[in-house]
Design a protein around this ligand. Structure first.
Ligand code: SAM
Length: 223
């Protein structure tokens, strides 16, 4: 699967710059639905996930911009990018000076795309291709989560996992453009960015996306 997934990623994407993020290039697609259909045909699975990995999502773009502006958030530190998709956030962390970056995603094509994208940016990202949300948070200094609040099933699992990491002293940053399932309480805004995206994914090609952290006195802390 790994070699054919790599070939599939290369066949259906083009290496191109990420808007407003100096120096990062990713293997990206133009259109969601034809690629989703190609994924369904390739895998023989009508329920194949959308090709999240072939786009830079607004939440991840906000984190990448934030790390460009505030490299001290990750410089000299070990970083974990959960729901990594293309690997954009992990790559941005390494470019900002992280000592190592691990990217986790459950999608086989994301697991193939991340090393390709890392290599295109002369970086090395370790990839975990399994669902880590039932495990303890990893032994790292910083966890970054870009655009993981678009569906209730992921949102309800990732929030307690990130909160647990925060309670253990890991710095956690979330990137979000106002998705439906982002918790309304317990988070504080660190920054807001206007990010350029695509109407293939969003209602507008520009979105306001926030970088957030857990509030020190968030509801439920210490339970
Ligand atoms: C909207 S994409 C965001 C990708 C990237 N962070 C960005 O901002 O461009 C969400 C990603 O979360 C991944 N995902 C969903 N459930 C997951 C889980 N349980 N563990 C890890 N990744 C998961 C999906 O496969 C998808 O790649």
């Amino acid at each position: 699967m790994a070699a054919s997934a790599r070939a599939f990623v290369l066949r259906h994407t083009r290496l191109r710059p990420v808007p407003d993020i100096e120096g990062i290039r990713l293997h990206l697609a133009d259109e969601v639905l034809p690629l989703w259909h190609a994924t369904q045909v390739e895998t023989g699975d009508d329920d194949a996930p959308l090709p999240y990995w072939a786009f830079a999502w607004a939440g991840g773009l906000a984190i990448a911009r934030h790390l460009e502006a505030h490299p001290e958030a990750v410089a000299g530190r070990r970083v974990f990018d959960i729901g990594s998709g293309s690997g954009l956030v992990a790559i941005a962390a390494l470019r900002a000076g992280a000592t190592e970056a691990t990217a986790a995603d459950i999608d086989s094509y994301a697991a193939a795309a991340i090393p390709l994208n890392a290599r295109a940016n002369r970086q090395r990202v370790a990839v975990i291709h399994r669902d880590v949300l039932d495990e303890d948070p990893p032994d790292v200094d910083v966890i970054l989560a870009g655009d993981c609040w678009y569906e209730v099933s992921l949102a309800t699992r990732i929030v307690p996992w990130l909160a647990q990491a925060h309670d253990r002293g890991i710095d956690v940053l979330l990137g979000d453009p106002g998705r439906r399932y982002l918790p309304a309480d317990g988070l504080v805004e660190r920054a807001t960015y206007e990010v350029r995206t695509t109407t293939e994914l969003e209602d507008m090609d520009q979105k306001r996306a926030r970088v957030l952290a857990f509030a020190v006195n968030r509801p439920g802390a210490g339970r």
